[in-house]
Design a protein around this ligand. Structure first.
Ligand SMILES: [Zn+2]
Length: 297
C-alpha cells in the first residue's frame, strides 16, 4: 500500500493515474525538443492527511522509536512504491555528522557517500528499480555524466535488471570503470550530456524498458527527496540554511521537496544553495516555494 494519489504536471496541473509507466505531461511535453529544458515534468501527489494520521499513530504506538526507525517509517509513508518492491540494499538513512569548532554556527554534514555506489544518486536509482520491479520491466536505460549511471548500474546488478547507459565520451574514467564493473551496457556518446540524454530517449522509445533520465521519470525526484525527510528527523525540524553542492540539475530542490513534504504546509522557512548553475526548472521551483537561491561560493 502507498499514499500516492496521482502524478501532477508542474506546468499545467493536469493529473495522471500513477499505476502505469509515465514520464512527462502529454500536453506540455509536446513542445519539447532534445537539448531544451524538459517540459511537463510530473510530481507525485500524496494523500497528505492520510500520511499525517498514519505518522501520528506511529508516534503514539512507538514513543520510544529511535531515529533510524523514524526515518524508515517516514520515508516509507512518502514512498510512491510499496516497500516489497525495493532491492534489498542499504540505501539512505545516512549519518548526519556534526562539525564541532569549524564555524561559529552549528554545522552538520549529511554523509551520502556510504550509499552502495558512494553517491546520493542511489536514492533515485533505488526507487526507479523498485518501480521497474513493480511493473515487471527487466531493462532500464539512463543518460548520465557519471554518478547516476554508476549508481543505476550497481542497483540494477543487485536486482538482476539489465542497465543500459549513455554517457558523454569524456565522462570520468573512474565512473566508466564503475559502470562496467557492475555489468551495465555502456554507450559512449561523442557529444554532450544533452546528446546522451537524447540518445537514451530514442533508445527507450522503441523498447520495453524504463527510462531513468533525471526529471524525465518523476521518481528520480521522489527518490532523492528522502534525504530531506531524513534531515527532518535528524535535525528535528526543517528550518535553517541548507547547503548542497551540485553541478547543473536540481538536487538541492529534491532536498527542499523533502522538507516541504515533512512540514506539510510548507510554511516553515527554508533556504537552499545553488552551485551557481541551477537549471531553470530548479530556480522556478525554489522561488515558488519561497526558498532563497544564493550565489555560488
Ligand atoms: Zn502539463
Amino acid at each position: 500500500m502507498t499514499y500516492l494519489n496521482a502524478l501532477r504536471c508542474t506546468q499545467c496541473g493536469k493529473e495522471f493515474e500513477p499505476g502505469q509507466l509515465r514520464y512527462l505531461c502529454d500536453v506540455c511535453s509536446r513542445d519539447y525538443h532534445p537539448g531544451m529544458p524538459l517540459k511537463g515534468i510530473l510530481e507525485a501527489v500524496f494523500d497528505y492527511e492520510g500520511i499525517r494520521r498514519a505518522w501520528d499513530e506511529y508516534l503514539s504506538a512507538f514513543p520510544e522509536a529511535c531515529e533510524q526507525q523514524k526515518m524508515e517509517e517516514l520515508c516509507e509513508l512518502f514512498s510512491p512504491v510499496a516497500k516489497e518492491h525495493y532491492p534489498n540494499l542499504p540505501v539512505g538513512y545516512t549519518p548526519l555528522i556534526e562539525c564541532a569548532n569549524l564555524v561559529a554556527e552549528p554545522l552538520y554534514l549529511k554523509f551520502d557517500g556510504v550509499n552502495p555506489s558512494g553517491s546520493f544518486k542511489d536514492r533515485a536509482s533505488h526507487l526507479v528499480v523498485a518501480e521497474a520491479k513493480r511493473l515487471g520491466i527487466r531493462e532500464i536505460v539512463a543518460a548520465s555524466t557519471g554518478n547516476a549511471a554508476s549508481s543505476l548500474a550497481a542497483i540494477c546488478a543487485s536486482a538482476g535488471i539489465r542497465a543500459v547507459i549513455f554517457t558523454p565520451a569524456k565522462a570520468p574514467i573512474a565512473k566508466l570503470v564503475q559502470i562496467r564493473i557492475h555489468g551495465a551496457e555502456l554507450h559512449k556518446v561523442d557529444g554532450t550530456y544533452d546528446d546522451a540524454f537524447a540518445q537514451a530517449l530514442e533508445y527507450s522509445a522503441t523498447r520495453e524498458c524504463l527510462n531513468r533520465n533525471t526529471a524525465y521519470h518523476p521518481y528520480t525526484i521522489e527518490g532523492k527527496k528522502t534525504a530531506g525527510l531524513e534531515l527532518f528527523i535528524q535535525l528535528k525540524k526543517s528550518s535553517g540554511l541548507h547547503l548542497c553542492a551540485h553541478r547543473r540539475r536540481g538536487d538541492p530542490g529534491r532536498y527542499a521537496q523533502g522538507f516541504q513534504r515533512s512540514e506539510g504546509s510548507g510554511t516553515d522557512r527554508k533556504a537552499a544553495h545553488s552551485g551557481g548553475s541551477a537549471s531553470r526548472e530548479f530556480r522556478r521551483h525554489q522561488l515558488l516555494s519561497g526558498n532563497r537561491i544564493l550565489p555560488g561560493c
